[in-house]
Design a protein around this ligand. Structure first.
Ligand SMILES: *Cc1c(COP(=O)(O)O)cnc(C)c1O
Length: 391
């Protein structure tokens, strides 16, 4: 008997909230701190303690956090920074913003994570650093990557946009030595609408980033406008306007209180999917390593066109049009976007593992605002489509 198709559309992603977010935002508005104020400081402290980081700087996006991290490491024209083509464009765009040249290292075909062996091949005398991306919420092989960095005198900045709550060999992502950038975009595991956080164990590194996040000014408004604060400030760099607002931090604080509960649901739902897809011809979840806790930001499956009569695109169309399920694809490899093709002469064929994963990957809904019934419906739909199109 075939699955009864749902009438209402199941969105691909939604934020998760109850009354606490509204209460927090109302408090922030009534406190009259509408820009950076005490709630941002409280959010920085609480977030740092959750990921085990010594210092944290709250900003208005993960993109800003990545850009500030590169600037604080002194990256500029003439430098090269190695990263994965299998990421959101902003990871690579921020390298371009500093004037440095992005250099791609292909991914491990099973996990979608940047390959340490490929990183090593790309090191030149101009290389300054590496940006690994914890794709889908699973940590990269950080022992190997940190080892390569140490041997070659390079910095590592971790793109942890997907990896709030992920761990690597017992250490939370963000709690180690490397500067780490988190995203609080609307669909990420913890959201402030728009927002991000940069963590580090290096006080001077974070101070430089903090100054550059607010026009390059030596004092922030929080200090200037509080009683006893001075009106005097100095511009030390032509900085940026990347600070978080107290209204956003209020959302973040409310979300931090339910982070564990939200992550447990992600884990439970990922487990249901994993069980449902065992042995299903033509559908293969990405490989999970045993090196840590997965943050389950994405549930990524491969649609194997050699085992089915349809490819990923048709599979995705059926999911959305026939079964009323929102889907996504993560990612269009960055080297295939026109800006990179036109300015860096990149083309198809250069990073075959990233290109193959892109051709096959389908992200199915996974978020705590879904019900267990929603998850079971999606799992059944995937199994049914695969069965109906098995070769
Ligand atoms: C979402 C995302 C970003 C950018 O995050 P913003 O907060 O929207 O700037 C960076 N890297 C990856 C891998 C992402 O998924």
């Amino acid at each position: 008997m075939s699955l009864e198709k749902r009438k209402d559309f199941l969105p691909y992603g939604l934020p998760c909230h109850d009354g606490d977010e509204l209460k927090g935002v109302t408090e922030a508005i009534e406190s009259n701190w509408w820009s950076r104020g005490p709630k941002v400081s409280e959010f920085e402290e609480k977030f740092a303690s959750i990921v085990g980081a010594k210092y944290a700087l709250a900003v208005n996006s993960c993109t800003a956090a990545l850009h500030l991290a590169l600037l604080s490491h002194g990256v500029g024209q003439g430098d090269e920074v190695i990263t994965t083509p299998y990421t959101f464009c902003s990871t690579v765009n921020t390298i371009v913003h500093t004037g440095a040249t992005p250099v791609f290292a292909d991914i491990d075909p099973d996990t979608g994570l940047i390959s340490p062996e490929e990183i090593e091949k790309k090191i030149t005398p101009k290389t300054k650093g590496i940006i690994p991306v914890h794709y889908a919420g699973q940590a990269c092989d950080m022992d190997k990557i940190n080892g390569i960095a140490e041997k070659n005198g390079l910095f590592v900045v971790e793109d942890a946009a997907h990896a709030v709550c992920a761990t690597y060999k017992g250490t939370p992502v963000g709690g180690g030595h490397n500067a780490t950038a988190f995203s609080f975009y609307a669909t990420k595991n913890l959201s402030t609408g728009e927002g991000g956080m940069l963590t580090s164990d290096d006080e001077e590194f974070i101070s430089r980033a903090r100054v550059m996040s607010l026009h390059g000014m030596s004092r922030n408004a929080w200090n200037r406008y509080s009683k006893g604060g001075s009106w005097r400030y100095e511009v030390q760099y032509a900085g940026h306007k990347y600070n978080m607002t107290d209204i956003a931090a209020a959302l973040g604080l409310a979300q931090l209180d339910k982070l564990d509960a939200m992550q447990s649901l992600r884990e439970e739902y990922a487990y249901i999917y994993g069980r449902a897809f065992e042995g299903v011809k033509g559908v293969e979840p990405l490989k999970i390593s045993d090196m840590g806790r997965h943050a389950w930001h994405l549930y990524a499956i491969r649609i194997k066109s050699d085992e089915l009569s349809i490819g990923r695109d048709e599979f995705a169309r059926i999911m959305t049009e026939d079964y009323n399920i929102g889907i996504s694809v993560h990612f269009i490899p960055v080297h295939l976007h026109p800006f990179y093709v036109n300015n860096y002469n990149t083309c198809r064929g250069q990073y075959p593992n990233a290109e193959k994963l892109f051709d096959e990957e389908l992200s199915i809904p996974l978020y705590p605002a879904m019900t267990k019934d929603d998850v079971e419906y999606v799992a059944k739909a995937v199994r049914e489509i695969a069965a109906q199109h098995a070769k």
